[in-house]
Design a protein around this ligand. Structure first.
Ligand SMILES: *Cc1c(COP(=O)(O)O)cnc(C)c1O
Length: 363
């Protein structure tokens, strides 16, 4: 892939990034550039890196009206050698194509996606925050640009990659567990729908549920299946729990659960974590009674942004609260978080190929 570069004359850096005492937060900042590529006449063309800024989009663009748009979220880390490494970026590239397929968007070859991401990180590598626990958050996405009001798959698309220099998700330490709302009023996905894709519309559809959760002092909704019997996942995280013998249980992936790369990594690590990790159908009634009997000692969510989100309690719509363990962050949860983040930071050797060096070409 021959990428053309239209770079800003000088790499601008915001001063606060280089002051390690200021937390840059998660997802707030942008780097100087973005990667763009268009789909026209049946092929992906014109790969280019240009200054970050607004696009021109037709008011009739299909993505704006009918939501034909998918995205990914990944991270890159700076290791002690000063170089930047992506984490399991091949899995994100694969999944973008799986999401694209679900929304009738043409696939973009995985290697092209990876080359695009690497080229953009290379150009903007000086934006890596000088902060403990920092990363470059990588956001690739594809949206339908054809100007047409009839409902059928667009014949034109734009693929964009943007980067967000980010501080640690938990700025004041990994010590607070969240609460989740268990409700029958909202559902994220149904079988045969778009639940297994990172479709933009899935997130629009989750906003109302997020508001309801907040009314109960909960961070998010724990989504159940359409029959309100099984635990599925959280809006942007898979769900997990830990049994008292240390076994980690993740609900079985179905077409109503997004296959999290964080969950997949925990499953792949298994032995390295020093415990069994398995997937099974998790029935809500059993789950609650196992928490109450002490069979389940920890619970939480897995996702790229936070890596691990400990869940301390669940609240039902009748205000009944079920507390997991002592409601805090358990030892198993802490260990999972440490092993995964140590691999990402290069402090612990993970399986072959999980971290990939971003080559220096421009900077
Ligand atoms: C992105 C996402 C996750 C987490 O997936 P990761 O690959 O671990 O970041 C979980 N559930 C949903 C619905 C998501 O969109």
């Amino acid at each position: 892939m021959q990428i053309t570069y239209n770079l800003k004359p000088a790499l601008e850096r915001r001063a606060e990034q280089f002051n390690p005492t200021i937390n840059v937060g998660f997802g707030n900042l942008r780097t100087d550039h973005m990667f763009l590529m268009d789909y026209r006449d049946g092929e992906w063309r014109d790969p280019r890196i240009v200054p970050y800024g607004p696009f021109e989009v037709a008011p009739g663009a299909i993505a704006l009206h009918y939501g034909q748009s998918v995205f990914e979220g990944a991270k890159a880390f700076q290791h002690d050698d000063g170089e930047i490494y992506t984490f399991r970026i091949d899995k994100n590239a694969q999944r973008l194509n799986r999401s694209a397929d679900i929304l009738c968007i043409p696939a973009l070859p995985e290697q092209m996606q990876i080359d695009a991401i690497n080229a953009l990180i290379d150009v903007d590598r000086l934006w890596f925050p000088m902060q403990e626990g920092a990363c470059l958050y990588i956001r690739p996405f594809i949206f339908a640009t054809e100007d047409r009001l009839s409902v059928s798959p667009s014949e034109q698309y734009t693929f964009c990659v943007m980067l967000s220099p980010s501080g640690p998700y938990y700025s004041d330490g990994f010590d607070k567990a969240i609460r989740l709302l268990i409700t029958e009023r909202f559902h994220r996905a149904v079988s045969g729908g778009t639940g297994a894709s990172k479709a933009a519309g899935n997130y629009a559809a989750s906003l109302k549920a997020g508001k309801a959760a907040a009314e109960y002092g909960a961070a998010q909704v724990l989504y159940l299946d359409a029959n309100n019997k099984q635990i599925e996942e959280v809006g942007a995280m898979n769900h997990f729990h830990v049994l008292k013998d240390g076994t980690i249980v993740i609900p079985k992936f179905t077409d109503t659960i997004l296959k999290s790369i964080t969950s997949q990594s925990i499953l792949d690590l298994g032995e390295l974590l020093g415990c069994e990790v398995r997937q099974e159908t998790v029935m809500l009634d059993q789950f609650i009674s196992d928490i109450e009997s002490g069979e389940i000692i920890e619970a939480g969510g897995f996702g790229t942004a936070a890596v691990v989100s400990p869940v301390g309690s669940y609240i039902f719509e009748d205000n009944r609260i079920v507390t997991v363990g002592n409601g805090g962050v358990g030892e198993h949860t802490k260990r999972i978080y440490k092993v995964l983040t140590d691999i990402q930071k290069g402090h612990l050797k993970g399986p072959e190929g999980w971290v990939q060096h971003v080559k220096r070409v421009h900077v």
